[in-house]
Design a protein around this ligand. Sequence first.
Ligand code: ADP
Ligand code: MG
Length: 308
Amino acid sequence: MGTIISMTVYPGGGMTGEEARELLAETKGLVRSLEETLLSRKLETAELWKIDQKAGDKEGMPISELLSGILEECFQVSEDSGGAFDVSVGPLVRLWRMDERAAGEEEATLPTAEEIERAAALCGWDKIRLADGKITLAEGACIDLGAVGKGIALDEIVRALEGTGVSGVFSLGGSILTYGEKPDGSPWRVGVVDPRDPAKTLGNLELRGQWCVSTSGDYERFFEVDGVRYHHLLDPATGYPARSGLRSVTILSKSGFLSDALSTACFVLGREKGMELAEKYQAEILLVEEDGTIYISEGLKSIFSAIN
Ligand code: ADP
Ligand code: MG
């Protein structure tokens, strides 16, 4: 997944330390297998890799129930966000080559307006058809699950932990799961990154029980041209990185998928519409605006403490 994974578990329910360690190994295996069977673009075993090969093929390709369920959920968030979140942005993601440019492997240059127009014409839900367990993609179309991969992995981890009695914290890059109660009764502490100094935290969330916390920000992958920051959160309406007046969005939800999808969607939408969307999904939201102002939803007031 191109990120650092860290997992901490506390044995519970009469489990021995050894058994907890085995569960940890199992959880790690789950994430790896999700990458190998579903998400990877480079491994021939992954469904997304196979779908990439079949774009333009009129005959639908059978896909797993897991993937079709995920895509249905993605389409729902697309609809609810007025298209701000859209997994059919693949052609634009490819064009911007953000990973390579942000890493300095490629020259930081901008795509031309024509290139953007051409790539944008290949995006849109109408390019993806899902029927009878089969998927069909229009020529040149491409599904990008980059915005939700880590959240999906967190949901898989939850399924593996259910009923085991363990508790713990699982962190996949910008997406974190807290599960169960800490043995000493204290809350889990999750820091919210300062988008202009990612080595620092803006404040801490004190959480009890199951929460998925996902952050999307303009500081994660970006490059600069003429003093302008071009980041990896694209606005499907313009084909350019979203300019919604935000630096970062953190979403809290019981669902990993939703926390991850909504953090991207709300970043693209901006403060007002983003807060509305989070509310619709009963998710909590923390936004950092361009001038550094922090907005938090009502439910976070008692659990977020800012560091000044
Ligand atoms: P990260 O991967 O850094 O945690 P996000 O979860 O917010 O960040 O996802 C960003 C990724 O989502 C991008 O790298 C790209 O692959 C994809 N993406 C970018 N813009 C959109 C969008 N508007 N809708 C859906 N996916 C997007
Ligand atoms: Mg996301």
